[in-house]
Design a protein around this ligand. Sequence first.
Ligand code: SAJ
Length: 430
Amino acid sequence: MSFETISVIGLGYIGLPTAAMFAAYGKNVVGVDVNQHAVDTINRGEIHIVEPDLDAMVHKAVTDGKLKAVLTPEAADAFLIAVPTPFLPTKNESDIPQPDLKYIQAAAKAIAPVLKKGDLVILESTSPVGATEKMADWLAEYRNDLTFPKTHNEYSDIRIAHCPERVLPGHVVRELVENDRVIGGLTNKCSELAIELYKTFVQGDCVVTNARTAEMAKLTENSCRDVQIAFANELSIICDKLDIDVWELISLANRHPRINILQPGPGVGGHCIAVDPWFIVSKTPEQAQLIHTARKVNDSKPQWVVDKVKTAIGEYLIANPNETAKDIIIACYGLAFKADIDDLRESPAMEITNQISDFHPGRVLVVEPNIKSIDIDSLEWTLVELEYAKKIADIHVLLVDHRTFFGSDFDGKIVDTKGIVKLKFKSTLN
Ligand code: SAJ
């Protein structure tokens, strides 16, 4: 089968680049999103998210008439679902977050009326094990005139697969093409068709498995990274207690041919690494002990940093008995959830900065070179230039390892969560 028209449901950080990529390779692409602003922006040939090289791709795709955005799905040969999979609200802080599949269900409901015999539906959203089967059940419920893999195996009218996205924010356009893809069809036929679709532009291998293993593979990748970062974060806390430089320690240990410890930091942010491990823990709470503990270690790191800042304030006041806390200027360096991007989603740096502003009676300055202005009400801190903060602040809190921060001299007390002062140059390891 040749896929002439492809529909991508959810035009966010994954859906929009994927839609633009299919369009760049000559497919007719209908992007669907519930957000009117996103739809209007894309139809003007512009983008509503930040991702290198994406703006030019979208502009060309729209100008060539290969990509359009709509609010309601239209008929297509393949549907790719790239919607968020958030958590259900928790009652207590100690509750294990449970995944909320409402956006997947809404996407299934939205495409159901336009599905026809022979269509392929791919779930790309990172999902708990069993979500693809659940989505297939919803589609079968909404369209009982069509047949599905559960009852008709290889002979079903509709083919369904889970093919998780695995691209790194900031490198999406390149990684979409180069990365290997895990293809988890509900039947062999489903996998075969999914490979045919992705081979439109994927140069990496398309490796076939079943849907449940594909779901678990994606969760495993991000949980593995979370556990490794937790190890680095725990080391940094141990080293602080033992008066050992954790950055030197890690670089020494990493000289062993089989060791590659990741870098500690202020915590783990973004919408993936800090979320996906919970999809495993919520399904198997008794078994997922290490994964659960890693989440707790990483989630508690911002508070540890805030406590370090409080200690620095105390030490400053002892050294400067004529001053009060109100006189102390604190500068926080970096707001994004990781280096050299502008994405503030679930950012530990942002959490720490807000906490400092809440308790500190003096001025709080923020340096974030990737953001020109910030559209959040009731901010109690001020966005300033790097040189100004370096000159005026009494306490420097280094939160993100943006390239521009390396090589700087900071005068005063320093809380360095990323080894910027110690490393002097940006690590290319991770
Ligand atoms: N971090 C550290 N120390 C490190 C590396 C990262 O503290 O040594 C922190 C970062 O500062 C950030 C967080 O971890 O706060 C996550 O950053 P990341 O670069 O590890 O990952 P993401 O969230 O940008 O993207 C991940 C990627 N997954 C893996 O590398 C296994 C990406 O390939 C996935 O597609 C993406 O999640 C996703 O969408 O799931």
